[in-house]
Design a binder for this molecule. Structure first.
Ligand code: PEP
Ligand code: MN
Length: 340
């Protein structure tokens, strides 16, 4: 970080700042300018308390230079992380191939999940999504089939080879979900459930971490850091739209997060255009835009009967629309030297 002194701050105030920096176990490098003095702090200061320096007499501002997250940061690891999804297909997220994960919002019954799984596999998906534990706003809404849903997902994997991506909502579900899933999904509403982040950080399965609907990218990356700091470095960052004043969409899909996350982090970035718009007719365009922007993977809600879906029917596309979308993103991918 850099400590900028107020114009004309006396030498003793600069000395005091230097003393505080040294007490923190860091080195100082003083630059005396025409109008002001600046104290550059040398060393890894990301876990130090900046406020001590901010409130010291004569200090104008303190400018952080290193990102507060470390393991998730590109400053620490230049090469991109590639996350293997599991399942028999053994697809990877983070290479030149765009991985597509698709399936229903919720697992509803055997024929529903199997029909959708076969259809999305046929169209080129490599992962099957589907919630068995659903975080619902209303406690009277469908809450998911729990273990029965996980069994159906495992059956669909058996039949199709697709990797199973499913949400774990609480620490006490981690063991159970881990037995069935290939990828543990942490939902937007749990992005800052730090105990859950620590718990999935102790598992040997990749984690799909969704951005909280009001979280900044820095908070998102710090959530990823929780998981990584527990030893699980297989983290995928999923942008799924944020809350804004807009009401033509359910959430505002922040696609600039793709290049920005790639700039500051080595972790792969996944786009969820379904929660990201809430409207099935916007999904296709957002998939194409996400691939053009460099997304490493897409996670898309597909339902064989959206009108009667138990959850998120309005944002679910049909298997036929999914297949058309896959064909259109193949062309976009080719234009940006990728493939699907
Ligand atoms: C979902 O994937 O169905 C879901 C609930 O996602 P999010 O946590 O992003 O709302
Ligand atoms: Mn959903």
């Amino acid at each position: 970080m850099i400590v900028v002194m107020k114009p004309g701050s006396p030498q003793e105030q600069v000395e005091h700042v230097i003393q505080l920096v040294r007490e923190m176990g860091l080195k100082d490098h003083v630059i005396v300018g025409q109008e002001r003095t600046v104290v550059a702090v040398v060393g890894d200061d990301r876990f130090k308390d900046r406020s001590v320096l901010e409130s010291a007499p004569g200090v104008d501002k303190v400018v952080p230079i290193l990102a507060p997250y470390k393991m998730a940061s590109r400053e620490v690891q230049k090469e991109r992380t590639v996350v293997p999804l599991g399942g028999r297909i053994k697809a990877k997220v983070g290479g030149t191939t765009v991985a597509v994960i698709a399936g229903p919002c919720s697992v509803e019954n055997k024929s529903q999940v199997l029909e959708i799984a076969h259809a999305v596999k046929e169209a080129g998906a490599v992962g099957l999504r589907g919630g068995a534990f659903k975080p619902r706003t209303n406690p009277y809404s469908f809450q998911g089939l729990a273990e029965k849903g996980l069994e159906l997902l495992a059956l669909a994997r058996e039949e199709t080879g697709l990797a199973v991506v499913t949400e774990v909502m609480s620490i006490d579900q981690v063991g159970l979900v881990n037995r069935y899933a290939d990828v543990l999904q942490v939902g937007a509403r749990n992005m800052q459930n730090f105990n859950l982040l620590n718990a999935v950080g102790e598992q040997a399965k990749p984690v799909l971490l969704k951005r909280g609907m009001s979280a900044t990218l820095e908070e998102f990356l710090l959530a990823a850091e929780y998981i990584m700091s527990k030893g699980n470095t297989q983290v995928m960052l999923c942008e799924r739209g944020i809350r804004t004043y807009e009401d033509y969409v359910r959430n505002t899909l922040a696609l600039a997060a793709v290049p920005e996350l790639h700039r500051v982090s080595h972790l792969p970035v996944v786009i969820d255009p379904s929660q990201g718009t809430g409207k099935s007719y916007l999904v296709d365009s957002m998939c194409r835009a996400a691939v053009a922007a460099g997304a490493d993977a897409l996670i898309v809600e597909v339902h064989n009967d959206p009108e009667h879906a138990l959850t998120d029917g309005a944002q679910s596309i049909t298997p036929k629309q999914f297949s058309e979308m896959m064909n259109s993103i193949r062309r976009i991918a080719a234009a940006v030297d990728r493939n699907v």
